[in-house]
Ligand binder design. Structure first.
Ligand code: LLP
Length: 425
């Protein structure tokens, strides 16, 4: 269909009145996710990478509805923790659809995964260090093993997410052949190699991505010669999406062509595992203006969402488009540079500084765009603030997918601990 071919959905394309009505019903702040858009994003990526195995990096948005939507569309699920694997299983995934990527995995995660492996022997574990392989062996794991390598090349929208160059990830690529040969000798079922260059790779970083993929191709051939045929070579995710109104989307077809070209002839499946690309523009965060204030050099619009709701601006100086939905039906509104700020006690708790927006009024509803990826997932309870609700849109239906937390939820774990120690002998 025509909509599926659109490679970006801008914030202005969402229906302002419909979104506003949602906050009237479900409250504010509110995460909204359009599952049909998630499906369209999947179809577009699948069309470009028609010969690749596609996994979804669950960490971008782990809502059960997102996992089942992408699974049904054909994606496998790349999981970063036992909790994400639990979510994948709850969404109906079978072991063969699940890759667990262990990064300095806590003992509890490994215990949990090895237990899950007994019931789901087809799951794949990706290890990023020799210690992780030893710890798996200690637990009797001899299942499917993939090795995460460190290619020494990173790319991405911010230093903090250029994983390919960060020492904490993967075995240095030059040691990979030896590590895999050893793992094969010890009885592991060696199935693949993996690396992830970073997140939010933009068009002007495609050269670095290409070089990274070329290194993975070379490594795949070396492993095939020395250890044996691999089932797959997973080159991670990282495809950037436009956040700024004037930014162009990646040309996926040419990214896919360049990827195939760079990897060269390999006797293995190409696998990719994007997260952001599927969900970013499928989500918005709605927030209500509760305070409008003339500060010395700026006007501040105080809203009920903050860095605890969407941390990306505070953490990476990330730009998110902002639209005043209430003013969408009010052409007469003047525009003014404004700082949109949350309720958290940090000066970094702002969604934008001095951005030209229609003059805010108390009670206005603002939409923050591209909030579908790494939005709710990174939300927290700092300042003892409950996390917001999430709703999903699908085929004209609106459904509460995750209830809003209450102040009572904030103190629940402590109360339970207290009650447990009161009742213990
Ligand atoms: N695979 C692995 C092993 C990863 O670590 C990641 C992301 C992905 C795949 C998916 O990357 P994507 O396609 O979504 O770029 N919180 C940051 C992004 C951190 C990404 C970390 N790893 C942000 O909000 O920009």
């Amino acid at each position: 269909d025509a909509a599926a071919s659109l490679s970006v959905r801008r914030l202005t394309e969402w229906d302002a009145a419909e979104l506003q009505a949602l906050t009237a019903e479900y409250g504010s702040p509110l995460y909204v996710l359009d599952l049909e858009r998630v499906r369209q994003n999947y179809r577009r990526l699948e069309a470009a990478f028609s010969d690749a195995d596609i996994l979804y990096a669950v960490k971008a948005n782990a809502l059960g509805d997102v996992l089942s939507t992408l699974r049904e569309a054909g994606a496998g699920l790349e999981c970063a923790s036992a909790g994400e694997v639990q979510r994948a299983l709850e969404a109906g995934a079978s072991g063969s659809e699940i890759h667990y990527t262990a990064v300095n995995p806590p003992a509890g995660d490994l215990d949990w995964i090895v237990d899950a492996w007994a019931d789901h022997p087809e799951l794949t574990v990706t290890a990023g260090s020799e210690d992780t392989i030893d710890r798996l062996a200690d637990r009797g794991y001899t299942g499917r093993l993939c090795l995460r390598v460190n290619p020494g090349i990173g790319a991405g929208h911010h230093e903090k997410v250029r994983t390919g160059a960060a020492a904490k990830f993967g075995v240095p690529a030059e040691r990979a052949v030896d590590v895999l040969a050893d793992a094969a000798d010890r009885g592991f079922d060696v199935v693949g190699i993996h690396a992830h260059v970073g997140s939010g790779v933009s068009s002007d970083q495609l050269e670095a991505h290409r070089e990274f993929v070329a290194r993975m191709g070379d490594l795949a051939r070396a492993v095939a010669d020395a250890v044996g045929t691999l089932e797959f070579v997973d080159v991670g995710g990282g495809f950037g999406v436009p956040y700024r109104e004037d930014e162009d989307p990646l040309d996926l077809e040419s990214v896919a062509d360049a990827t195939r070209d760079a990897i060269g002839e390999i006797d293995a499946e190409l696998a990719i595992e994007p997260g952001r690309y599927f969900v970013a523009d499928a989500g918005v965060l709605l927030t209500e203006v509760n305070t409008v204030k003339d500060a010395r050099e700026t006007t501040v619009a105080g809203v009920d969402a903050g860095m605890t709701t969407l941390i990306r601006p505070a953490m990476y100086d990330a730009y998110h488009p902002i639209r005043n939905l209430t003013a969408a039906g009010d052409d007469g509104r003047e525009r003014l540079p404004q700082t949109v700020a949350g309720p958290i006690c940090e000066s970094g708790d702002v969604f934008c500084t001095e951005r030209e927006l229609p003059v805010s009024k108390r009670g206005d509803i603002l939409a923050i765009g591209n909030a579908g990826a790494y939005g709710y997932e990174m939300a927290n309870q700092y300042n003892s603030r409950p996390r917001p609700a999430s709703i999903v849109l699908e085929d004209g239906d609106v459904r509460l997918a995750r209830r809003r937390e209450t102040v009572d939820d904030v103190t629940r774990a402590e109360r339970e601990a207290r009650n447990a120690s009161d009742s213990s002998p």
